[in-house]
Design a protein around this ligand. Structure first.
Ligand code: KG4
Ligand code: ZN
Length: 338
């Protein structure tokens, strides 16, 4: 406890960000230190799991120390440690989990395992202090594309998921095809602003009228085929047009299905989470549709959209006050489901 508030130390290491945060009463971020490995993995065009684990190991203690220092909090004031235990890269997850367990054991405080996606959704509680469940959530990241019906702080139901590639993965793969580099999402977002979204009619994959599932592997192949075809004909590729057309095709499906779920469950609030929530065109399209339908739209600031430990600390707080804590046998689960 600090100033009468419950203090959670959050730890996140599921992919290529080593992060630790101190969160008071679930909603106030006292610190959120994020050590990104993007520059290291860039050379390989994607995250190399073994390299990610090693960097987490090198960085984790410093990141935790910095988080406490910046929050002007001592380890003795921490009430519980919240940590991502899946889904993610197993070797990467283990570093954060082992650190959290060591702190919980030494300081005799509870350990709270957090589902990474639950963390992403919870980023919205930080951004919007008045936000409370129930609401509909769209989770879009490098590993996930889910429409989630959030019924309470610790309760939710996945209504639809991707059958193949996650939306962020599709952005990253198409960016590679277009020679834009890694990570592709922000690059496509930027260059698409200079392109015509109607230039190339990429197929929109809806998988049936009422389906809330997604499939993005086809459009990746579609872009690849388009590029090869144009090259064979000796025509130059207009990268901004291809990027804008790809982005629009993906977002049309994403937005339509999300709004269908909001309507079907008569929700008055839509929350967006995950790295792709930083996409400017997605934000713009959802805002237009939500305004027209009288729905409140919540999208966290970009720094809270990509992987960070503040969102994990927030999710852990609500589990902690509900008495939902874990013991030291908690294991990392690479393919953890919601
Ligand atoms: O949530 P996140 O940081 O990590 C995972 O849990 O996957 O999401 C990373 C993903 C990457 O695929 C990245 O390309 C994508 O989010 N991303 C974006 C944007 N910023 C990040 N995609 C589209 N537009 C953006 N502005
Ligand atoms: Zn993530």
């Amino acid at each position: 406890m600090k100033d009468g508030k419950t203090i959670i130390l959050g730890i996140e290491s599921s992919c290529d960000e080593t992060s630790a945060a101190v969160v008071a009463d679930g909603r106030t971020v006292l610190s959120d230190i994020i050590s990104s490995q993007i520059e290291i993995h860039k050379a390989y065009g994607g995250v190399v799991p073994e390299i990610a684990s090693r960097h987490h190991l090198n960085n984790i203690n410093t990141v935790v120390d910095q988080a406490l220092e910046q929050a002007e909090t001592t380890i003795n004031e921490v009430d519980a440690v919240g940590v991502t235990y899946g889904p993610g890269l197993v070797g990467a997850l283990l570093i954060g989990l082992a650190t959290a367990k060591a702190i919980a054991l030494c300081k005799r405080i509870p350990l709270v395992g957090v589902h990474h996606i639950h963390g992403h959704i919870s980023a919205n509680y930080i951004q919007y202090p008045s936000l409370e469940p129930p609401f509909m959530a769209l989770v879009v990241s490098g590993g996930h594309t889910n429409i989630v019906n959030v019924t309470d702080y610790n309760q939710c139901e996945v209504l639809g998921a991707t059958r193949d590639d996650a939306v962020g993965e599709a952005f990253d793969k198409v960016a590679r095809v277009l020679g834009l580099g890694y990570p592709g999402g922000p690059k496509i977002d930027r260059i698409a602003k200079k392109g015509n979204p109607d230039a190339v009619p990429f197929k929109r994959v809806y998988l049936g009228r009422d389906s809330l599932e997604f499939s993005f592997s086809g459009i990746k192949t579609g872009v690849l085929n388009y590029v090869h075809h144009e090259q064979q004909l000796g025509r130059e590729i207009h990268v901004p047009d291809v990027a804008a057309s790809f982005q629009q095709a993906v977002l049309d499906v994403l937005v339509d299905k999300t709004m269908a779920a909001v309507q079907r469950y008569a929700r008055d609030t839509l929350v967006v989470a995950g790295g792709v929530a930083a996409n400017s065109r997605l934000r713009q399209m959802l805002q237009q549709r939500c305004d027209a339908a009288g729905i409140r739209l919540c999208v966290p600031a970009p720094v809270l959209c990509t992987d960070n430990a503040a969102m994990i600390g927030c999710a852990a707080y609500y589990k902690y006050i509900a008495g939902d804590t874990d013991d030291l046998s908690l294991d990392a689960v690479a393919g953890l489901t919601l």
